[in-house]
Design a protein around this ligand. Structure first.
Ligand code: NDP
Length: 236
């Protein structure tokens, strides 16, 4: 992680679970970390927690379903730190309501926001003439498999889209000799708040029972390992 010390990482969905753990880890590795989410209070607690670490943590209130919030986020990062070097697209929404409203919310959070943040990160790196940025997309095993799992087929569809969009952009960046890497992490079950808001289907209250789930810290460690990989190695 030495090469990233003092560099800037944006982590979306930084207010809980995997995103919060990634932020903490990257700050410990000396990065200037910007966390984006709607629950600013949670992120302010993290500011306090990491205040004596090597790096810094700047929370920014951002609803990633609003394009204007994402543009404002990148403007703020440019003003404060110059630009984004590493973008971790982690914000995610798991809805099983089976309504167009929930489908739109999942599309906007899991797909559109990830694409817009990736595009603005590439622009930011190119504007500054840099050739060593890294985008890491947090997908899911649900991006590789389809299973009868409650009413999760739309979520599964969004994560399959993340796989295809990530691989497409990775190939474009490679063809362009941009030097910008794109990696995808597809966790299995991780103990977080992700199923908390699912109402009406009792299976989601019990999803962790009898399963050995991963911890958010495990995924955060994996992200740091990916960022530590030598320039000739891609993890995708
Ligand atoms: P959490 O629910 O703990 O975290 C989700 C994060 O996404 C929160 O910080 C939340 O912030 C943010 N988010 C959701 N909607 C928005 C929005 N509109 N604008 C801004 N931020 C938003 O769940 P996890 O940590 O588990 O999820 C992180 C990622 O990991 C997701 O992409 C998820 O799909 C993926 N994943 C999770 C697995 C698991 O078993 N937990 C397994 C595989 C993948 P806020 O509400 O404050 O805005």
């Amino acid at each position: 992680m030495d090469k990233w010390q003092g560099r800037v990482a944006l982590v979306t969905g930084a207010s809980s679970g995997i995103g919060e753990a990634i932020c903490e880890n990257l700050v410990k590795h000396g990065m200037k970390v910007v966390g984006a989410a709607r629950r600013i209070k949670n992120m302010q607690d993290l500011v306090e927690k990491v205040k004596n670490e090597n790096g810094t943590f700047l929370p920014v209130k951002c609803d990633v379903t609003k394009d204007e919030d994402i543009y404002a986020l990148f403007d703020k990062i440019k003003e404060t730190f110059g630009g984004v070097d590493v973008c971790i697209n982690n914000a995610g929404f798991f809805g099983t309501g089976g309504t167009p409203e929930e489908w739109r919310q999942m599309t906007n959070v899991n797909i559109i926001a990830l694409c817009l943040c990736s595009k603005l990160t590439v622009n930011s790196l190119k504007e500054r003439g840099l050739d060593d940025g890294h985008i890491i997309n947090i997908s899911s095993l649900a991006g590789h498999q389809v299973y009868p799992f409650g009413e999760s087929h739309f979520y599964t569809g969004t994560k399959h889209a993340v796989q295809a969009l990530s691989e497409g952009l990775r190939q474009e960046l490679q063809a362009d000799n941009s030097g910008i890497k794109l990696s995808v992490v597809s966790p299995g079950l991780v103990k977080t708040e992700v199923f908390n808001h699912v109402h009406g289907n009792p299976m989601y209250n019990k999803i962790y029972e009898g399963n050995t789930s991963l911890k958010s810290e495990d995924i955060a460690d994996l992200v740091s390992q990916i960022l530590s990989a030598p320039p000739y190695m891609e993890v995708n």
